[in-house]
Write a protein that binds this ligand. Structure first.
Ligand code: TRH
Length: 413
């Protein structure tokens, strides 16, 4: 039996595209350091992209390592780094990134716990694969697969200890909300001439992939029965966004008014401010992995757009999530959630709706699905909050990882 403790953790993150990989890795690193008091090194291969999420990161950097918020951030080892890396007690290979050879060469098989952290999915097979061992092809070492998930027999969802308390404090404080809007340069996000109707206005945040039909969404919101104020944090080329917005023209810094729709183009926010935006809105469009989980913890109605994958794999993921997430809702709410999610992910309603809900499909035809969603926001709000409370009863991903690695250590001889 080893006396060794799991104090030192190494997390390896390769940034494939977008911000999900680094978003999750940065959150997890901070949580392990602050809440579990562990010594964490985060190895990153792309400092320029990472600095969009880790704003204090020195990039481009001449240093091979720097401390940010209690986490040591290191450059991905390349053959050029002369000094040897001393592997930690626990190493997390995230999202199939493959550990660098320089690191693997230093591993002592009997000393290290090696965990592959996988992508989040609500598909049923995840429970069968979670925590399963896999023998390394050449080293005498076993790796373990760790799958985040929605069920008790998975690795759980990433959630900071104080997250929901912070959310409630924000939602209960007009002063904190005002401070937030002021920080965004939106002292009053509802324009003066619309102040009479402001009470009924619906606030929406939008973060999506370019495949989503944003133009049709905007057209529908323009004609909405209630004023809609839409916040769009953006970090790309405005020309690319305008290419999909055939009926609208967005310019940086301007506020667009069309019909009942007002659009505020925001800069890309810090992760903390993005959370506040999700809390402050009545409906959030989110995508990928990390913003999806944040929307769940916000407890506000949301539409999730999965990362596009070949052969409609993403639609299977969407179906699995909706099956798990919406199962306790009324038949009406279930149909509405299916219809709106499938429209947003570009899939025909007829293909994916449960067969016995043909009647409801017509009711939620593409043209009015967004108005139906707005009409049902109070019901959806109650349901979403209930689901967030239920999921928060489960231990969070970082805690499950720590317990899992402690158990593996106890069994190591
Ligand atoms: O950026 P994404 O599309 O990342 C994706 C997914 O992780 C996907 O599963 C993966 O395969 C692919 O990357 C490679 O979406 P995601 O996961 O929501 O990550 C966005 C991060 O950006 C998240 O941490 C929230 C953060 N964010 C901000 O900090 N400020 C903002 O203004 C916005 C809109 C997001």
């Amino acid at each position: 039996m080893s006396n060794h403790k799991n104090n030192r953790w190494d997390i390896f993150c390769k940034i494939v595209d977008n911000y999900g990989d680094i978003g999750v890795c940065w959150r997890l690193s901070q949580q392990l350091a602050h809440e579990h008091h562990l010594q964490v090194r985060l190895f990153i291969d792309d400092f320029a992209t990472a600095s969009k999420i880790i704003s204090a990161l020195d990039s481009p950097s001449t240093q091979t390592s720097q401390i940010v918020n209690g986490v040591e951030i290191c450059a991905w080892p390349t053959g050029l780094i002369e000094s040897e890396i001393d592997p930690a007690d626990v190493v997390i290979e995230t999202f199939g990134c493959t550990l660098p050879d320089e690191y693997i060469q230093q591993i002592q098989p009997y000393d290290i716990i090696w965990i592959n952290l996988e992508y989040l999915s609500a598909e049923a097979w995840v429970s069968d694969f979670h925590a399963k061992p896999s023998q390394h092809p050449t080293l005498a070492i076993t790796k373990y697969f760790f799958f985040p998930g929605f069920f008790d027999d998975t690795g759980g969802l990433i959630r900071e200890e104080n997250l929901r308390v912070a959310r409630d404090a924000f939602l209960n404080s007009k002063a904190l909300q005002k401070e937030f809007w002021q920080k965004l340069g939106l002292a009053d996000p509802v324009p003066r001439n619309e102040i009479d109707t402001a009470k009924n206005s619906v606030k929406i945040s939008l973060f999506c992939y370019p495949q989503a039909d944003i133009n049709s969404l905007f057209l529908a919101l323009m004609k909405s029965h209630q004023p809609v104020i839409l916040f769009l944090p953006f970090n790309g080329k405005i020309a690319d966004l305008n290419e999909v917005l055939t009926d609208f023209k967005l310019t940086i810094g301007d506020v667009l008014h069309k019909g009942n729709l007002t659009v505020h183009l925001l800069p890309f926010l810090s992760q903390a401010d993005y959370d506040r935006l999700l809390w402050a809105c009545d409906l959030n469009f989110v995508r990928g992995e990390d913003s999806w989980i944040r929307a769940i913890w916000a407890g506000k109605p949301f539409i999730w757009q999965p990362y596009l994958q070949a052969e409609d794999v993403h639609i299977n993921k969407l179906d699995a999530f909706l099956k798990a997430y919406a199962s306790n809702a009324s038949a009406d709410v279930q149909s509405l959630l299916h219809a709106s999610h499938l429209v947003w992910s570009g899939n025909s309603l007829k293909n994916s709706q449960p067969a016995d809900e043909a009647g409801t499909q017509d009711e939620y035809a593409e043209s009015n699905v967004w108005q139906s969603l707005i009409n049902h926001l109070p019901t959806l709000q109650t349901y979403t909050n209930k689901q967030a409370n239920a999921l928060a009863m489960q231990p969070d991903l970082a805690t499950k990882l720590v317990i899992f690695s402690e158990n593996l250590r106890k069994n190591k001889v």
